[in-house]
Write a protein that binds this ligand. Structure first.
Ligand code: Q5B
Length: 608
């Protein structure tokens, strides 16, 4: 790697795998540096295409998303840096694919744990094709005031503190990403700051080495001195020792190799990085520091003295007139994200939605304040869940049991009813589950299954006003309204609906009062005297019994009961219940591989 500059203020990258935060940090850095173009030209998100909205300063921009590396490189031929946020499983393959693209010059691999054999292949390919690999197991690198890889240098506050928004005179190379942040800070305190900083990563075989970057820095005129932070383990520092000995480096190199404490341990120690393992004497921090010192690097006696020797070296270069410290500039202010400003209490913003029934923000979701674990531990059933989410309270067991009976009894009523028929026709037309389900649900209305609310409204009004069944039914007739909850296509006075009987039996046993149901029965007695099909149907039974539940449970105020009846909660019971059957009919038709349904001509009266 004999090239000089890797990056500039116009460098653009392709970002592999959509990671919102590091991309946004790159764009924030761009804005801070006064770049005109965003440093991320495109995102590669395997299998996805489109755009991702991100901020460039105060403006929102749409960054193209490509599904393949090839497509991204074709679309952005001037983007020559590939920032690879793939997992350790796929980092090698995607990095190799990127290196093979003629437009890509630098590949930064963030993942830790990439297999050594894969890395060796990447290194070999990069060397023979004059390309640069940074990493793996790295945070990346930065050219101050120009270009930053991913999360390098951390938060905007840290970047500002380390003066990375404008170039200084120091080239830095280290292994650790975390320690590179520390060093940017140290260097900013005692010099005019970083020109370029690279963290080569903590693997045994890094894509590019400490000496690769030092030799490159040596060719960059703006860099006047270099700082190196090595670590124990491996022999990487010795290639730098060799380069120094051979006189290939003519700028001051201040170096320190971390890990001197390893000697305090009785046995071999493995530090955080894969390569940071105390081994032979040569691999010890002491051994490497001495070798670097002997080769001409400026090596302090301890890490604590590192800052002082960096300062000394810089001051000497200033005295010698080799460095004219850069003029300080004020970076622009980056607008704070609304979410963090709200979190820190700096701003308030109106919400757009109010919700009172559930909350998923805590450790576990809550229904009306009751955590999921309590729902399970207390052995709640679906009736309890409906109580919490619809009525926002825990109802007595007989009420929730009644709700569950309604759900079970209304779950299905054969294939010939309106809803099931529509669902079957839709499923046979090849439509999916949701389409088939909703096509059936959409038939629920005033004649079919959706008469529960109206039944409750009319029975309540008539009962509470003290109308006799005769007055009520005849009054409805005068208005031209069929009594909701009365009448059925197949049920008759002599062939009652079993569901109605079951509901009534349960309520008579468990409800404190069944006055509304008794009123509905009196209405039925009257309508049956008019026609044999005018029975109290399942909608009418549920409507009247729910009025008894609301009034008799003592859990609802009069105002709340009026609101429930007015809003119309009760058709929800039929919708919920019948969804079970409609889903079943969909599966049934699909299982039976039924062909497209066509209604027979013979069953249609064609007439003029
Ligand atoms: N007449 C249900 O009618 C049906 C009358 C009435 C006064 C009435 C009809 C009706 C109210 C709505 C209602 C829920 C359309 C039904 C359900 C779920 C289901 C379904 C399933 C399941 C049936 C004949 C004569 C006419 C009418 C008069 C009829 N109803 N008068 N009040 N309510 N009910 N829906 O049989 O003098 O000859 O002109 O609208 O509660 O949907 O199993 O199928 O689980 O899936 O078609 O159980 O009752 O009777 O229209 O020929 O009328 O009776 O005015 O009098 P039909 P029609 P007239 S449960």
């Amino acid at each position: 790697m004999a090239t000089g500059q890797l990056f500039s203020r116009t460098t653009q990258a392709l970002f592999y795998n959509y990671k919102q935060l590091p991309i946004q940090r790159m764009l924030d850095f761009d804005f801070l540096c006064g770049r005109e173009t965003p440093s991320v030209a495109g995102i590669i998100n395997p299998g996805a295409e489109g755009f991702q909205k991100l901020f460039f300063g105060q403006e929102e921009i749409a960054i193209p998303v490509h599904s393949t590396i090839e497509a991204a490189c074709t679309a952005h031929p001037t983007a020559d840096v590939f920032i690879n946020f793939a997992s350790f499983r796929s980092a090698a393959a995607s990095s190799m694919a990127a290196l093979k693209q003629p437009t890509i010059r630098v590949v930064a691999i963030i993942a830790e744990g990439v297999p050594v054999s894969d890395i060796k292949q990447l290194i070999a390919y990069a060397h023979s094709n004059n390309k640069v690999v940074i990493g793996p197991a790295t945070v990346g690198g930065i050219q101050a005031g120009a270009f930053k890889i991913g999360d390098t240098a951390g938060t905007i506050d840290n970047i500002v503190q380390c003066k990375l928004y404008r170039p200084g005179s120091v080239g830095f190379v280290g292994k650790s990403g975390g320690m590179s942040n520390e060093m940017y800070n140290t260097i900013a305190r005692v010099t005019d700051g970083i020109y370029e900083g690279i963290a080569i990563g903590g693997d045994v075989f890094p894509g590019s080495t400490l000496s690769d970057h030092i030799l490159r820095f040596n060719n960059i005129p703006q860099i006047k001195m270099m700082v190196v932070l090595g670590e124990l383990g491996g022999r990487d520092e010795y290639s730098l020792v060799e380069a120094l000995k051979q006189g290939k480096v003519n700028k001051p190199v201040v170096a320190w190799v971390c890990g001197t404490c390893a000697r305090l341990f009785k046995s071999e120690v493995q530090f955080g990085h894969a390569g940071a393992k105390s081994g032979a004497e040569m691999e010890s921090a002491q051994g490497k520091n001495q070798a670097l010192r002997d080769a001409g690097a400026i090596v302090p006696t301890s890490y604590e003295a590192f800052e002082a020797v960096i300062k000394e070296t810089f001051d000497k270069l200033v005295e010698q007139g080799k460095i004219t410290p850069v003029k300080e500039v004020m970076p622009p202010h980056i607008p704070e994200d609304l979410s963090s400003a709200i979190k820190s209490g700096k701003v308030r913003a109106p919400t757009h939605i109010i919700s009172t029934i559930s909350d998923d923000r805590g450790e576990e979701p809550c229904y009306a304040g009751v955590p999921m674990s309590s729902i399970v531990e207390r052995g709640y059933g679906v009736g309890d869940v409906i109580s919490l989410l619809w009525f926002k309270r825990s109802l007595p067991r007989y009420c929730t049991h009644f709700i569950e009976i309604c759900i079970m009894l209304c779950a299905d009523h054969g294939p010939c009813v309106s809803g099931a028929h529509n669902t079957i026709v839709t499923a046979r037309a090849g439509k999916d589950l949701v389409s088939s389900l909703v096509s059936g649900l959409l038939t629920i209305g005033p004649r079919f299954g959706g008469a529960i609310d109206d039944a409750a409204r009319y029975f309540k009004d008539a009962h509470d006003r003290g109308l006799t069944p005769y007055e009520f039914v005849e009054g409805m007739k005068k208005k031209g309204i069929r009594v909701p909850g009365i009448g059925h296509r197949i049920k008759r006075g002599d062939n009652r609906d079993k569901r109605v009987e079951l509901l009534q039996r349960f309520a008579r046993t468990h409800f404190p009062s069944v006055k509304y149901m008794e009123y509905a029965v009196q209405v039925e007695t009257y309508t049956l005297s008019k026609a044999n099909n005018l029975v109290l149907n399942v909608d009418g039974a549920i409507g009247s019994l729910f009025l008894d539940l609301l009034a008799g449970s003592g859990m609802f105020s009069k105002q709340e009961i009026d609101e429930i009846v007015e809003i119309g909660y009760l058709n929800g019971l039929f919708v919920l219940a019948r969804s079970i059957g409609l889903i079943g009919h969909t599966f049934d038709q699909k299982r039976l591989k039924q062909p497209l349904y066509r209604h027979p001509w013979e069953d249609v009266l064609y007439t003029k």
